[in-house]
Design a protein around this ligand. Structure first.
Ligand code: SF4
Length: 317
């Protein structure tokens, strides 16, 4: 599949997307003789996926990884869904950051910084500082710490990209080994460049991936997700608010994303009303724990991100 094919699929009407997605789900289920599961985060994408999967095969389990970093509303919603298997990581977030380091800026930048700090290889260090060497000897900017974040190399705290692996990948991998089931996730190509690259390479049912995975919503968009929830009256986590029509299409009035509450990936791009500022007013006790006990406040200050809601009493000190 190329980018043009993907754009065509993304432009299909929702009714056709539903038909196509159900077909991909049947294929995945058939290929693994029913040994499939839905990786269920409680977010709106995996809520749509679970609804679609259960409309085709009622016996497919939903599996939720309780990392301790989910919004309280998401945990409540997951409990209310019924028939959801809960798995947990072996380490807590505090243990992971204590042992490896904080996830900050992006997975790639965290990995590069971690490698520069720990590698004994001069060559790897050079690549992470100056970019990969192309066959003609010139340097690509791929795989290096960007100039903007160079100062993080000398930061007085650990930085690492291992958090997702320990908190999410490892528990699901264990579940798959023990159950023999293969995952379906709500990932969409439109969400990030990495997801788009993978979708173009593997399509919906990634049988040839290193770890096979189905992403039957791969060609859906955020608008499709909102429209599906609305049109099929699918119950979803209240933290997203209402789904309303606007001139620019559908929009939800609450949170946009419900990933890990304490994650610092991408927060530098969220502006003044970022996830930590919102957490300060919506979940003050969790905010205290995250900012002071877990130490995210020091990291956020270091990257120049405001994390206090100035309208919360006492926030100015
Ligand atoms: S999304 Fe962030 S906080 Fe959550 S597991 Fe991954 S790196 Fe850790």
């Amino acid at each position: 599949m190329n980018a043009g094919d993907l754009a065509q699929s993304q432009a299909l009407p929702l009714e056709l997307k539903v038909i196509k997605t159900r077909q991909r789900i049947r294929e995945w289920y058939g290929h693994w003789r029913g040994q499939a599961y839905v990786s269920f985060s409680g977010g709106k994408d995996s809520t749509v996926l679970l609804h679609l999967v259960r409309s085709v095969h009622k016996d497919v389990p939903a599996v939720f990884c309780d990392t301790g970093l989910e919004y309280p509303e998401i945990r409540e919603f997951v409990k209310s869904c019924g028939d959801v298997e809960v798995i947990r990581p072996e380490m807590s977030f505090r243990e992971v950051i204590g042992k490896y380091g904080y996830p900050v800026i992006s997975k790639e930048q965290s990995r590069c910084i971690e490698e520069i700090r720990t590698t004994k290889s001069e060559r790897l260090r050079d690549i992470r500082l100056n970019g990969d060497v192309r066959p003609d000897g010139s340097r690509s900017r791929f795989g290096m710490v960007s100039k903007k974040w160079r100062h993080l190399i000398g930061a007085p705290f650990k930085i690492s990209a291992k958090c997702c692996g320990k908190m999410k990948k490892a528990p699901f991998a264990k579940y798959e080994r023990q159950s023999g089931r293969m995952p379906m996730t709500g990932e969409m190509a439109a969400e990030s460049r990495r997801r788009m690259t993978n979708y173009l390479k593997f399509g919906c049912n990634g049988l040839s991936r290193k770890s096979p995975k189905s992403t039957p919503l791969g060609f859906w968009t955020e608008q499709d997700i909102l429209r599906y929830l609305k049109e099929f009256s699918v119950p979803y986590c209240p933290v997203y608010g209402d789904i309303v029509e606007t001139d620019a299409g559908l929009r939800n009035t609450g949170l946009e994303g419900t990933g890990c509450m304490f994650c610092m990936y991408g927060v530098h791009m969220e502006g003044a009303n970022n996830r930590f500022v919102r957490m300060h007013s919506a979940h003050p006790k969790l905010w205290e724990y995250c900012i002071h006990t877990v130490g995210c406040g020091e990291v956020l200050s270091y990257i120049g991100v405001q994390y206090r809601d100035i309208f919360v009493k006492g926030a100015a000190q």
